[in-house]
Design a binder for this molecule. Structure first.
Ligand code: IPE
Ligand code: IPE
Ligand code: MG
Length: 240
């Protein structure tokens, strides 16, 4: 069965999970974080080499201050509590997005975590935090201009190298939990040929079994990349 080399997840539905239980939104975010640990373990178990998680978007700054601050604390907490286990599991941490806009202490923690895990190769976990797909493209263009790139040198491969995800293969499958069918500014360049999997399950409930279902769905897909199916009639390379 075909297995995705890179799964990217829009971890959505924490707020609704909490509301259903009469709990504050931050309780949903904490439950979502607990779940992340389970999903990382499952990804390691299933032999997925790249996992990207969308945890805080450039638009999420527009939420109430206490929720934003709470989310920043949760990230700090996760690094403090989980780094050792992640390192032991062979997880390499990478951040995608703008680090410079994060509180100083948090930024240092993220940088340290990336440094400690840099030689791990079992699973590369890209954390999209203060990430926006459009912002990523703006950032890339600014850096290309700074580097004096000439118009004729610009091609798709070069643009990919200037994105936060440089060196990471494009996602094969993007999962969005909680049923929303939109991209919400996630990996807009890299998602060009990703397979989508949307489930109504809310993120804190998306467990190993749910991930396994997504993998089964992926395994049944036929990715054509604009070409014709190998077994489709008339699919001949000399047809043109
Ligand atoms: C996703 O859950 C986590 C973040 C965006 C930080 P939400 O907080 O968006 O949960 P809902 O969509 O309100 O249920
Ligand atoms: C996308 O979820 C961002 C993250 C999961 C971090 P949102 O809840 O912010 O997206 P919208 O507002 O429903 O599009
Ligand atoms: Mg949401």
């Amino acid at each position: 069965m075909n297995k995705p080399g890179h799964i990217a997840i829009i971890m959505d539905g924490n707020g609704r999970w909490a509301a259903k239980r009469g709990l504050p939104r931050l309780a949903g975010h904490r439950a979502g974080t607990e779940n992340l640990r389970r999903v990382i373990r499952a990804a390691v178990k299933f032999g997925i080499p790249y996992l990207t998680i969308y945890a805080f978007s450039t638009e999420n700054w527009g939420r109430p201050t206490d929720e934003v601050q709470g989310l920043m604390h949760i990230l700090e907490d996760v690094i403090d509590k989980e780094l050792t286990e992640l390192h032991e599991q062979g997880v390499r941490l990478r951040h995608i997005g703008r680090l410079e806009q994060l509180p100083g202490a948090l930024r240092e923690k993220v940088e340290r975590a990336m440094e400690i895990t840099r030689d791990n190769s079992r699973l590369t976990l890209c954390i999209a935090w203060n990430y926006g797909g459009r912002d990523e493209i703006v950032h890339a263009i600014q850096h290309m201009l700074q580097d004096g790139i000439q118009p004729a040198e610009v091609n798709e491969a070069l643009i990919s190298q200037y994105l936060f995800t440089a060196g990471v293969p494009d996602p094969d499958m993007i999962i969005r939990t909680s049923g929303e069918m939109r991209i919400s500014n996630f990996l807009i360049w890299q998602a060009a040929y990703a397979e989508w999997y949307v489930t109504p399950v809310l993120w804190p409930d998306f467990d190993e079994e749910e991930l396994a279902k997504a993998l089964v769905s992926y395994g049944k897909r036929e990715r054509r990349f604009g070409r014709l199916s190998d077994c489709a009639e008339g699919n001949s390379t000399d047809a043109a």
